[in-house]
Every structure is written in structure tokens, then in C-alpha cells.
Design a binder for this molecule. Structure first.
Ligand code: ZN
Ligand code: FE
Length: 254
């Protein structure tokens, strides 16, 4: 069993603390800040073994060096980002595996948001830590990756089991959902999802994780084959990548 804690930090970031009870090993995924992680570790009497970084942006690596200095943890990140992930100890590539005690994560390269972005997939735990690649009802915007890369990365993630829990790095859900509703106002799954989201946010609760099944039913960036969506963006029968490109451009200015 993999214990997963979700720490909300900054405006809308989530840090995840992963703990393997059998070995006692603990990992922080994308620690934007060190202190909330140190506080939670102290509260639970856990030792930090690893940091798993998905990409190099400051709101994902900001706590790296302090956590490493304070805990001696090992920092794992993409080979492609080794020059820009602070304190990186181990470089990984697509299809590599990383261990957290008894738990195994598969590394999947998902360039697009950035050129070096990776995600961590724990198949046995049904959990995907996807950073800024896939969000609830949305996806990451482009920095130094390309639209074609982002498209391919999302195609890859869609091949995971539908029950996979999607642990993304930001609480962007409500805004993403509003955009999605402009495209598919008659999508019942989307309407229901947004009602749930409104309830959760009114209580200041997280809307993350979702599941891949929910994303397939509601996330416009995974629904470029939807006739209603294609019509909404004026690209009926359009090539999927062309529709996707249009969606990303529209969301950028939404
Ligand atoms: Zn980012
Ligand atoms: Fe981010």
C-alpha cells in the first residue's frame, strides 16, 4: 500500500508526500517549498528519502535544496533537465523505474509544458503524478515544449487504465471546467463534474485527484474527437492535432 498525502501550498500548488509503510521510505513530489514538507514529516515522524521532480519550474523545485540539506534525501529528475533541477542526484529517462521501498513507479516522458517534463506512474497503487502535463479538465500550457509533444504526451497518458487516479500539481479545476463548459455546454458528465467541483471548492476542499475515466468524459484536451467540441471551435471533422492546437490557443486567452 502507498500512503499519499496532499499538501496545498502557494496559491494553487499541491505537493504530494508518498510513504511506503513497509520500508518507511518517503518521497516528496514537486516540493515547491521545504517548510510544509518538513512540518508534515515531523508530525508523522517520517524521514524523507527522495524528491521526485516532474520538471524544473520554481513552483515544483523550490524546496529541493533546503530539503536535501535538512534531510539528506536523494533528488530524482529527468536527464533532459539535469542542468536545471537544483540538487539533482539521479537522472531518469522514459520507461525507467524508480523505487520507493516496495513501491515501483514507471517514469513516462511527457514533454510539452516543458521539453524535459516527466511523470511518475505507480501502477499497483493506481496513481499518476503528472505535474503540469494533465490537469483536471485541462492541460499545461506551453513553455519550452511544442504543441505536437504535448499532444503526443497526452495520447500516451490516455493509454493508462481508466481507473488511474490523476494527481496533478495545481488546483486549476474550476477555471478549466468553465472553459470546458463553453465548448460542450450539453455534456452531462461535465455538468455533473462542475456541480461536484463547486461544492468542493465552496468548502475549500481539493478537486484533485480525479480519474482518467473522468478526464476522458470531461477534459476538452482529451476530447478532440467530440463533434460538439469540434463544432464549437469551428473545426468540424478537423484533424485531432489541429483541434487540439486551437483548444490550447483558446485556453491561453480564456
Ligand atoms: Zn510548470
Ligand atoms: Fe506548476
Amino acid at each position: 500500500m502507498l500512503t499519499i498525502l496532499q499538501l496545498p501550498v502557494l496559491n494553487d500548488n499541491y505537493i504530494y508526500l508518498l510513504h511506503d509503510p513497509l520500508s518507511g521510505e518517503t518521497a516528496a513530489v514537486d516540493p515547491a517549498l521545504a517548510q510544509p514538507v518538513l512540518d508534515e514529516l515531523a508530525r508523522r515522524n517520517w524521514q524523507l528519502t527522495y524528491i521526485f521532480n516532474t520538471h524544473h519550474h520554481g513552483d515544483h523545485v523550490g524546496g529541493n535544496l533546503e530539503l536535501k540539506a535538512r534531510t539528506g534525501c536523494q533528488i530524482i529528475g529527468a536527464e533532459a533537465d539535469k542542468h536545471r533541477i537544483p540538487g539533482i542526484d539521479r537522472c531518469v529517462n522514459d520507461q525507467d523505474t524508480v523505487q520507493l521501498g516496495q513501491q515501483t513507479a514507471q517514469v513516462i516522458a511527457t514533454p510539452g509544458h516543458t521539453s524535459g517534463h516527466i511523470v511518475y506512474y505507480f501502477a499497483a497503487a493506481n496513481a499518476l503524478f503528472c505535474g503540469d502535463t494533465l490537469f483536471v479538465m485541462g492541460c499545461g500550457r506551453l513553455f519550452d515544449g511544442t504543441i505536437g509533444q504535448l499532444w503526443q504526451s497526452l495520447q500516451t497518458l490516455q493509454t493508462l487504465p481508466a481507473t488511474t487516479r490523476i494527481y496533478c500539481a495545481h488546483e486549476y479545476t474550476q477555471n478549466n471546467g468553465r472553459f470546458a463548459l463553453t465548448l460542450e455546454p450539453d455534456n452531462v458528465a461535465l455538468q455533473e463534474k462542475m456541480a461536484d467541483v463547486a461544492t468542493l471548492r465552496a468548502r475549500q476542499q481539493a478537486t484533485v485527484p480525479s480519474t482518467l475515466a473522468q478526464e476522458l468524459a470531461t477534459n476538452p484536451f482529451l476530447r478532440t474527437d467530440s463533434k460538439a467540441l469540434q463544432t464549437a471551435v469551428g473545426l468540424q471533422g478537423g484533424d485531432s492535432l489541429v483541434v487540439f492546437t486551437r483548444l490550447r490557443a483558446l485556453k491561453d486567452v480564456f
